[in-house]
Design a protein around this ligand. Structure first.
Ligand code: MG
Length: 394
């Protein structure tokens, strides 16, 4: 396998840190050429730049770039270039010395970088699902127009499906089963959703992730976004994409074929294995985490149907996916605002789907033909969500 020369977007986040751990463990296989982080966690960012010495570094603002520069050792300062601002993310994605781009940003922010990476013919690893949800058509178009470009998911469910579909005819798929841990609340019979505090919702039972995605897991919006992501990646119709709650999180997803045979992918629930698959594909290298399943300790694998009335976000995501157009971009943007308001304790957990639904109802959807249309939808939905909060929820 040729060495993967990586541009990492979202270096200080959960995906970023886990990617860096793989690079640290296997420096002959992977190298960090360029990276981006907002700079809110400056100490962690300084440490990354000192340790890996990427040639190009991007941060959110001129003042963050200044703070970073001042904190670096002289020898590192002289070797790197620091750029800043949202547009600089695209420079990291397009960096000529990188052949692989890992999108580990939060939410909608990764969209332009994703398109840039594909247009530059990079191996583009989508650890950040929102671009595929908002603009699946534009991403597929960029992929088809660039022969060198490779798109690989880095969401555990989609890496599972990707493996199960290798060498298969997609027309012969009867059902895709995306599994969900269910988050902390799926089986709470008497819990009042109005009383849930951010700390409870952030307590995810199986996966270690950032705040936004952890809240999305608790509402099952994360699974809803993954349904749309699966459609964008594999073009399997929505009525063949099913969600199953699987509390053990060991079966990462399954594909059932028309002849009744089912292929499932299992593995330890550690995101580093998912990222390593995406980096190494189509090759396979030794597991860098040393974690393997111990079959003797697995005494049950359970599956349950999610309750769509209780977890309205999942229902809304199916609705937006099936109605397509700009509804999916609208869903992503409204969800980001709703989750942020919940984390700030400004709205209740139960109001997250209410706010999103109202924004979807107000939206005049159109064909998402251009990046501009999607960006305008994103901005509109954020504004509407904030307006609704100010007028109805305060
Ligand atoms: Mg996932």
């Amino acid at each position: 396998m040729p060495k993967r020369k990586i541009s990492l977007l979202g270096a200080t986040g959960s995906i970023g840190q886990q990617t860096l751990d793989l690079i640290r463990k296997s420096p002959n296989t992977y190298s960090l050429e360029a990276c981006a982080a907002a700079g809110n966690n400056l100490d962690a960012f300084i440490q990354i730049v000192e340790e890996f010495q990427p040639k190009l570094v991007s941060t959110a603002s001129a003042s963050k770039a200044d703070d970073l520069y001042k904190s670096l050792s002289l020898s590192v300062k002289n070797k790197i270039q620091i750029i800043h601002g949202e547009a600089s993310l695209k420079e990291v994605a397009a960096f000529p010395l990188s052949d692989t781009v890992i999108l580990g940003l939060v939410g909608a922010l990764g969209l332009e970088s994703a398109l840039t990476a594909l247009n530059c013919g990079k191996r583009t690893i989508f650890a950040n699902k929102e671009p595929l949800v908002m603009a699946g058509n534009l991403i597929r178009e960029a992929l088809n127009n660039n022969k060198e470009a490779v798109l690989i998911p880095a969401d555990s469910e989609h890496v599972a499906v990707h493996q199960c579909l290798q060498g298969q005819n997609f027309d012969k798929v009867n059902n895709l089963y995306l599994t969900a841990s269910g988050g902390p609340f799926w089986n709470e019979k008497n819990l009042d959703f109005n009383s849930i505090k951010p700390a409870q919702a952030l307590n995810h039972p199986t996966w270690k992730m950032g705040h936004k995605i952890t809240i999305d897991s608790a509402t099952l919006m994360n699974k809803g976004l993954e349904v749309i992501e699966a459609y964008s990646l594999f073009e399997i119709p929505y009525d063949k994409i099913q969600v199953l709650i699987h509390p053990q999180s060991l079966v990462h997803s399954m594909v059932e074929f028309i002849d009744g045979h089912v292929l499932a992918q299992l593995g330890p629930n550690d995101m580093r294995l998912v990222l390593q698959y995406a980096l190494d594909y189509p090759s396979r290298q030794n597991n860098l985490t040393d974690k393997f399943l111990n079959w003797k300790e697995i005494n049950k694998l359970e599956f349950f149907e999610p309750d769509l009335e209780k977890f309205k976000c999942l229902k809304l995501a199916y609705w937006a996916g099936k109605h397509a157009q700009t509804y999916t971009a609208c869903l992503v943007a409204a969800d980001e605002i709703a989750v942020e308001l919940f984390l700030q304790e400004k709205i209740k957990f139960s109001q997250i789907p209410d706010l999103i639904e109202e924004v979807l109802n107000m939206h005049s959807a159109q064909e998402p033909k251009t990046l501009e249309i999607i960006q305008k939808t994103d901005q509109w939905a954020r504004e509407q969500a904030m307006n609704l909060y100010k007028t109805k929820y305060i």
